[in-house]
Design a protein around this ligand. Structure first.
Ligand code: DDH
Length: 275
């Protein structure tokens, strides 16, 4: 019978189903936050991709440039080394997958495993070498202290419109802020490992007041257990964006289908797929 070594070498090139299963098996944990690495993997895929600039066609997931200095050390990317390390054994087990495909697939699988919609995903990203340094410049991801104009600048630069901007922001149903990373604390919703439209219902139905503390400006609910960033509240302060928030708060199915489309597009920005 085939020994273990032979079995491993049998991981067939292009067997993304096995990679998906390997990612899914990594999510549940007693060692991290709310019992899942899922939200962190979603943030990894987003920060890998959200540097895209449609004019210069630079940034984006292709190349997996976040592996390299200085992008790995950008303030916005704090904490994501944990996610990259988590996926490293999977890269070792399936060496034929590129890091760029692996990191984006991990985000898609995490969304699906946490009860979200199926995310259309296809392979085709390449890994760039670090010579010359391919990193995206700092400052391309959104700054949480700002408002709607900044959000539009960032998301329009990637090629999204207001609906894409609001749909993607709904990922904050998941996960939480960590003081040691960017200075903010707490989750956005009471179910941070369950994909839902709860980010939008919380935005509309909860009374958000500015947290009184020494940390950066953030908002809290009456229980003081949930939070919103200034950029989150910008979605209900802007009339046009708020209409979309209301729509998603009322209709989770519509949110899920718009999110799946926008997240899939996000992961593909700037990727030179071969037809
Ligand atoms: Fe986010 N996000 N995000 N975010 N994000 C943070 C955490 C998570 C902003 C700031 C923060 C998106 C948009 C924005 C996730 C997904 C997405 C944290 C806390 C900050 C700060 C990090 C930490 O302390 O660990 C800002 C600003 C924006 C914006 O204005 C648009 C988008 C579009 C997504 C997406 O996935 C499509 C997820 C998931 C997390 C939770 C991570 C975790 O470890 O938990």
């Amino acid at each position: 019978a085939a020994g273990p070594a032979l079995m491993e070498s049998k991981s067939k090139e292009g067997d993304y189903k096995s990679v998906r299963a390997a990612i899914a098996s990594k999510l549940e944990t007693d060692d991290y936050d709310d019992g899942s690495y899922g939200p962190l993997l979603v943030r990894l895929a987003w920060h890998l991709s959200g540097t895209y600039d449609k004019e210069s066609k630079t940034g984006g997931s292709n190349g997996a440039t976040m592996r390299f200095d200085p992008e790995s050390g950008h303030t916005a990317n704090r904490g994501l080394g944990v996610a990259r390390n988590l996926l490293e054994p999977i890269k070792m087990q399936y060496p034929w997958i590129t890091y760029a495909d692996l990191y984006t697939l991990a985000g898609a699988v995490a969304i699906e495993e946490m009860g979200g919609p199926k995310i259309p995903w296809r392979p085709g990203r390449e890994d760039k070498l670090n010579e010359p340094n391919p990193c995206a410049e700092d400052g391309r991801l959104p700054d949480a202290s700002q408002g709607a104009e900044h959000l539009r600048n960032v998301f329009y630069r990637m090629g999204f419109d207001d609906r894409g901007l609001v749909a993607l922001s709904g990922a904050h149903a998941l996960g939480r802020c960590h003081m040691e990373r960017l200075g903010y604390v707490n989750p956005w919703t009471p179910a941070p490992t369950q994909m839902s439209n709860m980010y939008f219902t919380e935005l509309l139905d909860t009374k958000w007041t500015q947290k009184k503390w020494w940390g950066p400006k953030q908002f809290e609910d009456p229980s003081k257990e949930l939070m919103m960033l200034p950029t989150d509240l910008a979605l209900v302060q802007d009339k046009k964006l708020k209409q979309i928030v209301v729509e998603y708060a009322k209709d989770q199915d519509k949110f899920f289908s718009d999110f799946a489309e926008a997240f899939s597009k996000l992961l593909e920005l700037g990727v030179p797929f071969k037809e």
